[in-house]
Write a protein that binds this ligand. Sequence first.
Ligand SMILES: NC(=O)c1ccc[n+]([C@@H]2O[C@H](COP(=O)([O-])OP(=O)(O)OC[C@H]3O[C@@H](n4cnc5c(N)ncnc54)[C@H](O)[C@@H]3O)[C@@H](O)[C@H]2O)c1
Length: 373
Amino acid sequence: MSIRVGIVGVRGLSVIQALRDTPGVEVTALCDLDAAVLEQAAARWEIPRSYRIYGDMLAGPVDAVIVATPMQLHVQQTIEALHAGKHVLSEVTAGCSMDELFWLVEEVERSGLVYMMAENYIYTPEMQQVIAMAAAGCFGSLYYGEGEYLHNLDNILTYPDGRPSWRRWWQLGTRGLFYPTHSLGPLMKCFAGDRIESLVAMGSGWHTRQDLRQEDTSVALLRLSSGGMIRLRVDCISRRPHAMNNHTLQGTRGVYESPRTGGTHVVSLIPPGEDVDAATWQPLSDYTRYLPERYRKAPEHALRAGHGGGDYFIVQDFIDAVRGLKPPAIDVYEACEWTAVGLLSSLSVSNESRLMRMPDFRSRDRRDQITIL
Ligand SMILES: NC(=O)c1ccc[n+]([C@@H]2O[C@H](COP(=O)([O-])OP(=O)(O)OC[C@H]3O[C@@H](n4cnc5c(N)ncnc54)[C@H](O)[C@@H]3O)[C@@H](O)[C@H]2O)c1
């Protein structure tokens, strides 16, 4: 029987091509509060049912829901979907408070249904290749990573009619790294099996915009259980061109650098005994043999879905999880840990950069774990 998917929030249409190209999947419903947007999108994509009320969509013929509404609705709408017996693919971030994250883990565990967070930056071909190279030991033992999300949000802080958008409050209305998952998720997939143990964060102060709680730039330093560390930066205010996808990875045998201001992804692999002074950068593309086979042999419809096949494969992974073929590629524990980095960083910057401990979302006594050290 085919899997019937409902989408809430029009951003979910970013994966509609992939859903339509997946055998045994039907997009049966679209839900959005904005009647004009809803009508236009449903007509364009020939989606048979459209709803303004989310609960009405959940009562209809859907088996799985893509939650792509503003961040502050993700947990509420995910829990409603789980209670209605639907699997969930949720946009980033997973939630907006630590309590919400605990609710989310509990409800996902209780439901036995699939929850996956749609952290799409993991799915670029370049990052898939770097993750595979890390797994193959090309960089040796990893001990350092950097991730940066530099994206000025001026143009989406207000709706066309001049009202402040949700981003004014739930993103730039908060302190700390409110949107960490694009920077962090890909790195944590390279540090496979590792956990974030603690973090400190600091903000640059308010220079460009005095009217927001968010500081121009926020930086966090994360300690991993392996002893390694990660530096993250989120900056959605500074006046500079966008650079949303910056990553660095350092291990005992080599390094990966993404192009920060254009150019190419590069690596330098320097086995023990080789002269470091003679080391050079090689394009990542010299090592495409590590690119997962499904990307190397991506069919036309996968490429058409967007982001070099990434938008297609994230959907495939979710649908495979719904079919019980494999676990969700970004499970609720990873989703909550990565999201909690932003929430704990907010507490850290507001408390003279105090060290915050990450709760272990997998543990039974996670609710009682202290967060401040
Ligand atoms: N993964 C990515 O690369 C990426 C990129 C952009 C946005 N996002 C995420 O996607 C989500 C949506 O962002 P956006 O930029 O599309 O926001 P947006 O404000 O442009 O659109 C949100 C949509 O949700 C609808 N909506 C709001 N409340 C609703 C409700 N209760 N029921 C039904 N519909 C409702 C609105 O009418 C609107 O059409 C956010 O969580 C954001 O973080 C992710």
